[in-house]
Design a protein around this ligand. Structure first.
Ligand code: AMP
Length: 550
């Protein structure tokens, strides 16, 4: 018979993260750039006081334990207070992506049965237009002061500041079961309706430990973090929680993610660490390149940048290192995995290696961190070896991976062995580094062999004139499918199809070379900035490849 350990059974709770930050890192700043240029300087102590005030206010809005509370908001201290107050009281914070189509937002708010919506004034018009469809929403709270609140045709509208004003700055946070739901996000879904993922206090706290671990993201009290990933995108990759765990400073940029704004925040707030999707960083370097010598890059204190959400192009990794001396931590994950699952962190064998070899390591999606088991399975359901060549679908399992979508039966998203199928296609090398080659639905199958659209896209954006590139498979009478490269050029640049092909010749294997190159002004994206390939496939469905002579 097993013997019970004699350790305390204290729940892992989000309210304890904030209590810790307020006690040990109370003076550490939280800097927010709000609507219309307003800047607010807060700190962890004040966030804790105001989260307590908000917790006292929630019952006055009719919010009880288990209820869902929606936000349509940029990154700010008020949004951070909502993260802690809502979850801390046992309700569920539902961060809605405001970039979704209005019909999708209405669907999500209805599906989650949100009774209250907290919103930034930027989304006031959107909500007023949608209000007749939002029959379940009883109350609206604008994230502003009373004197900033416009007259809006929304029921029971109050300003955030008048809601919490005068309420006690201490709150007796309940000792919840750690399995209690704390927050929820809907997958952006390129097809079908979005699906809800429901995180728990336990999964969130465990995920925070992983972000603070040395071989996770090494987030620490010495970091000043520019959060360039939105707080409505998978809890800003968990950083608002992990930053409280370690007492990091947070710089919350509101809606302003232009290269110019990000650069200014980094300099002004001595940021050491930042995170964002590749598109954000492409804009950042566009600004730096345009400014040229007018910028004194030595003013930057940046050391590490996490790039995730889409594959980090090698050209971006090189630029960060060569221009700014910044190490790019590529990370892979998804809404369903909280999101961090694999992280690039170097091994002893990589010490002293040539930069070009190191870039190759960083161009992969990284290795599994403890807490997420990552495996690749073949079409026949067999687990594939870590041999650097066997390509299959990634499946994951672990304490911060979902077991079912919101509203479905527990474990309904898992197979009999408890694995969640991610839909990403990859191989794993003998060191455990994952290399994603595609989403399963984006894979190009040419004559029975797979061509990686991601590798081709990364090679194409390595060209100095290219801003963005997408590769899709189009029908071919001999090969079933062949790759078509669709390119957006940087402003003022010119490039021809043959020049692009010549550039790619040394960079990808010959039979992967696209059969055609087309230039467009822009590419369609999902609400989280990923290429919307379904739209591209529709758009180019009848594209006739010059190689298809049948
Ligand atoms: P989301 O749930 O919106 O965060 O999207 C998750 C998906 O983004 C994953 O399933 C991948 O297809 C993609 N993704 C995330 N990070 C990476 C990465 N580092 N490299 C390639 N694809 C990524």
């Amino acid at each position: 018979m097993s013997l019970a350990g004699l350790m305390q059974r204290q729940s892992l709770l989000i309210s304890d993260l904030l209590a810790h930050a307020a006690t040990y890192h109370g003076d550490v700043e939280i800097v927010s750039h709000l609507h219309a240029g307003e800047v607010r300087r807060s700190n962890w102590r004040t966030v804790a006081h105001r989260a307590a005030q908000l917790a006292h206010a929630l019952p006055t809005l009719g919010v009880a334990q288990g209820d869902r509370v929606a936000t349509l908001a940029w990154n700010s201290d008020r949004h951070l207070e909502l993260y802690y107050a809502v979850a801390g009281t046992g309700a569920v914070l539902h961060t809605v992506n405001p970039r979704l189509f209005p019909e999708q937002i209405a669907y999500i708010l209805g599906h989650a049965a949100d009774g209250v919506v907290f919103f930034d004034l930027d989304f006031a018009d959107l909500l007023v237009k949608m209000a007749p469809q939002l029959t379940g929403v009883k109350r609206f709270v604008a994230l502003c002061r009373a004197d900033q609140l416009p007259t809006l045709d929304l029921p029971h509208l109050v300003s955030y500041e008048s809601l919490i004003e005068g309420l006690p700055q201490q709150y007796d946070w309940p000792d919840l079961d750690e399995a209690t739901a704390s927050s929820m996000c809907y997958t952006s879904g390129t097809t079908g309706n979005p699906k809800g993922v429901l995180y728990s206090h336990r999964s969130t706290v465990l995920h925070s430990f992983a972000l603070c671990a040395a071989d996770g993201m090494a987030l620490s009290a010495r970091d000043s973090v520019l959060l360039a990933v939105p707080m409505f995108h998978v809890n800003a990759w968990g950083v608002p929680y992990a930053a409280a765990m370690c007492g990091a400073k947070l710089v919350l940029p509101g809606s302003g993610l232009s290269g110019e704004r990000l650069y200014a925040h980094m300099v002004n707030e001595a940021c050491t660490f930042s995170l964002g999707v590749p598109t954000v960083w492409l804009g950042f370097f566009q600004y730096i390149d345009q400014q040229g010598v007018a910028l004194d890059l030595r003013a930057l204190r940046l050391q590490r940048v996490v790039v995730g959400g889409s594959a980090a192009p090698r050209a971006l990794i090189e630029k960060f290192e060569e221009k700014l001396g910044v190490f790019v931590i590529q990370s892979w994950g998804m809404t369903e995995t909280s999101p961090v699952s694999t992280v690039v962190s170097l091994l002893p064998k990589h010490a002293g290696q040539a930069l070009s070899d190191r870039f190759a390591v960083q161009s992969r999606q990284g290795r599994a961190i403890f807490g997420v088991e990552v495996a690749v399975f073949g079409a026949d359901g067999q687990r594939l070896p870590h041999d650097g060549k066997s390509v299959g679908e990634i499946r994951v399992r672990g304490p911060w991976v979902l077991c079912a979508y919101y509203g479905n039966a527990p474990d309904s998203a898992l197979d009999a062995q408890g694995w969640f199928s991610t839909g990403d296609v990859a191989y794993i090398d003998p060191d455990g580094f994952v290399q994603i080659t595609d989403r399963s639905k984006d894979v190009i199958k040419s004559g029975g062999e797979w061509i990686s659209s991601i590798d081709l896209e990364n090679a194409a954006v390595g060209h100095p004139s290219v801003r963005e590139a997408a590769v899709i498979g189009v029908p071919h009478s001999k090969w079933q499918e062949r790759p078509l490269l669709i390119v957006v050029l940087k402003p003022g640049e010119t490039l021809t199809g043959p020049q692009m092909m010549e550039f790619l010749t040394d960079r990808v294997v010959r039979w992967w070379l696209p059969d055609d190159v087309v230039f467009v002004d822009e590419l369609p994206h999902t609400a989280t900035g990923k290429l919307l390939k379904t739209r591209l496939r529709e758009q180019f469905r009848d594209h006739r490849l010059p190689t298809d002579v049948a």
